[in-house]
Design a protein around this ligand. Structure first.
Ligand SMILES: [Zn+2]
Length: 160
């Protein structure tokens, strides 16, 4: 294949070109904003090709995000999930719905961004993980699921 006709693609297979915004330098705008990093390519100097490829890429990124973000009620046995960003994914061996405890002073469940304090009854999902750990998570909190959506239909949309 001739180097000039070779199509460059990103890790997911979408065609990429030199960034339209920074012309490949990876830098755009004042140093005072994110060290001058280009927002069009996040400093890589490359971005997905304009037109149907870019549209398909945006749709893929959104579908991927929607897949990764889930809630305990949507989890099925065998899936790998994590409670917080940065947590290791663990495999669910069993699930059970339980009523959350009621406490007059309000009980706090979870920590950090996911902390929920409530004196109201609520539903929790009790997970038994394949390592034997048992934990109860609030039914509707945002959690993370391992894995990825199938990229093939999006590459078809992109015309790859
Ligand atoms: Zn750029």
């Amino acid at each position: 294949m001739n180097a000039t006709t070779e199509t460059r693609v990103n890790a997911q297979g979408f065609p990429i070109v030199t960034c339209y915004r920074c012309a490949g330098s990876g830098e755009f705008g004042p140093r005072s904003v994110e060290g001058g990093k280009c927002f069009g390519c996040r400093g890589t100097g490359l971005c997905v090709k304009r037109g149907k490829a870019a549209k398909a890429w945006v749709a893929y990124v959104e579908a991927h995000r929607a897949f990764r973000e889930t809630t305990p009620v949507q989890v099925e046995v065998g899936q790998r999930i994590a409670k917080y960003r940065g947590d290791t994914f663990r495999t669910v061996a069993a699930t059970r719905w339980i009523m959350g405890r009621r406490s007059a002073g309000g009980s706090t469940i979870g920590s950090g961004d996911n902390a929920v304090t409530s004196s109201l009854p609520h539903i929790e999902v009790e997970f038994t993980f394949d390592n034997g750990d048992v934990e109860s998570w609030i039914s509707n909190q945002l959690i993370r699921r391992a894995g990825a959506v199938d990229v093939a239909p999006f590459l078809t949309l992109a015309g790859v």
